[in-house]
Design a protein around this ligand. Structure first.
Ligand SMILES: C[S@@+](CC[C@H](N)C(=O)[O-])C[C@H]1O[C@@H](n2cnc3c(N)ncnc32)[C@H](O)[C@@H]1O
Ligand SMILES: [Zn+2]
Length: 257
């Protein structure tokens, strides 16, 4: 695990966008005086109040990677034909070997850790403090060094433009409040020939049932995509080519800047 100030990536001020510099237990903006607390090595950027998403995932963080949660939900969404491990397909599409990578909505860092040995450096960000704390704990357990985490909103990425060769966003696009804003942010922080890869929910398989979609929308505000809608969203942000691979309701996507 690397200190936030030793990752070679510039974090920016949430108030004025200037570069932040590391102080004792905080990142400080020398331009406007704003400070961002760093708790146990994790910068805590401000996240919007009022959303129930962070607390829901805080509560889920301890079981998220166990056999009681992710593997069950993944099989339910992807069906029997989905790859045994969703991460291999994404890592191949990302081709993050030697690259600086950002993992947006990293959760407990399943994918962040998966690519951390090949990538030059990986940042994982998530709006849930519980998830990033656990992600950091798992990365330390695995002895990973080229990896760092921050609590940060996908809709307000605190990195300079063109920072990352690759951006990944696994199982989260459907949860964002302002999805076009988050996609525009991911586009902004990618280098000119960078690539975005991810997974989200498709209007197929169990989610072809209108009742299932409406329950997800009303209970946790989840949006379900179709390929055309997601392709338009990515093109509108500026991406030039988009590819899909679908298993059940699991939609894998890859887009070039
Ligand atoms: C289903 S989990 C996926 C975690 C991880 N990417 C994985 O593949 O296991 C969804 C994650 O999205 C995060 N999330 C939801 N809205 C977010 C936002 N606006 N900004 C950053 N993270 C967000 C949640 O906190 C949660 O950790
Ligand atoms: Zn500032």
């Amino acid at each position: 695990m690397r200190d936030p100030d030793r990752t070679g990536v510039t974090l920016t001020c949430p108030r004025c966008e200037a570069a932040l510099s590391a102080r004792d237990r905080e990142l400080r903006c020398d331009t406007c005086g704003e400070s961002v607390p760093v708790v146990d090595g994790i910068p805590h950027f401000p996240v919007a109040a009022g959303s129930t998403v962070p607390s829901a995932f805080d509560a889920l963080s301890s079981i998220y990677e166990t056999r009681f949660w992710f593997p069950v939900v993944y099989r339910l969404i992807g069906g029997l034909r989905a790859p045994a491990d969703d991460r291999s397909l994404l890592a191949d599409a990302l081709d993050g070997a030697g690259a600086e990578v950002l993992n947006v909505a990293c959760g407990t860092g399943r994918f962040t850790r998966y690519i951390a040995t090949d990538a030059a450096f990986v940042w994982g960000i998530d709006v849930s403090t519980g998830m990033v704390r656990r992600a950091q704990r798992y990365a330390a357990r695995d002895g990973l060094d080229a990896i760092a985490f921050a609590r940060m909103d996908a809709e307000n990425l605190r990195f300079k433009e063109a920072t990352f060769d690759g951006v990944s966003c696994c199982w989260a696009l459907h949860l964002f409040g302002e999805i076009p804003t988050a996609v525009a942010e991911m586009y902004r922080v990618l280098t000119p020939d960078g690539r975005l890869v991810g997974t989200t929910l498709s209007r197929d398989w169990l989610l072809a049932l209108p009742g299932a979609r409406s329950v997800l929308r009303r209970t946790i505000g989840v949006r379900v995509f179709d390929r055309e809608g997601l392709r338009d969203l990515l093109f509108d942000a500026g991406f030039t080519t988009v590819q899909f691979e679908r298993y059940g309701a699991a939609l894998f996507f890859s887009a070039e800047k």
